[in-house]
Design a protein around this ligand. Structure first.
Ligand code: SF4
Length: 144
């Protein structure tokens, strides 16, 4: 019994070694540009002009930037031109979205489909095949 188990183990060894050496050859790198997707650029533009960005747009912008790793203190000033800006409330809301309170849930950035339905999407050809703004600018490079 022990001998047949050893034999079976041996029979797996060769294909596994082959797969391991193939995996070394076929590595895929993900390269990401720093360019922001058009929906985010548009939201930033609206805010910089001091125009009113709807709640859904503010949610998109904040969750996008938080999920990109930006700090709350860096994001908050972006909203200061909004007609109804209140620093305390903005910081509170950003902390809530970042999961700093209660259950600790960090909010996800809405999907492109949802943003389209909210008229917040300004797709360009580079948006093809992505389902969330966070994927914008990511390219897979295979060195096979
Ligand atoms: S397709 Fe997605 S990433 Fe591109 S503009 Fe629309 S919502 Fe933004």
């Amino acid at each position: 019994m022990a001998r047949s188990f050893c034999l079976r183990q041996e029979s797996f060894k060769k294909p596994l070694d082959t797969l391991a050496s193939l995996a070394k050859k076929f590595t895929v790198q993900i390269v990401e540009t720093t360019e922001q997707p058009p929906c985010i650029k548009h939201a930033l533009e609206i805010l910089s002009k001091g125009e009113n960005l709807p709640h859904s747009g503010r949610f998109m912008l904040a969750t996008y930037l938080l999920n990109k790793g930006q700090a709350i203190e860096e994001i908050a000033p972006l909203f200061k031109n909004a007609p109804d800006y209140n620093e305390k409330i903005t910081l509170y809301q950003l902390k809530h979205l970042a999961g700093n309170f209660g259950s600790g849930t960090k909010y996800a950035c809405p999907s492109c489909e949802k943003l389209k339905s909210e008229n917040l999407c300004f797709a360009i050809p580079e948006c093809a095949n992505i389902i969330n703004p966070l994927q914008f600018g990511r390219k897979k490079i295979s060195n096979a």
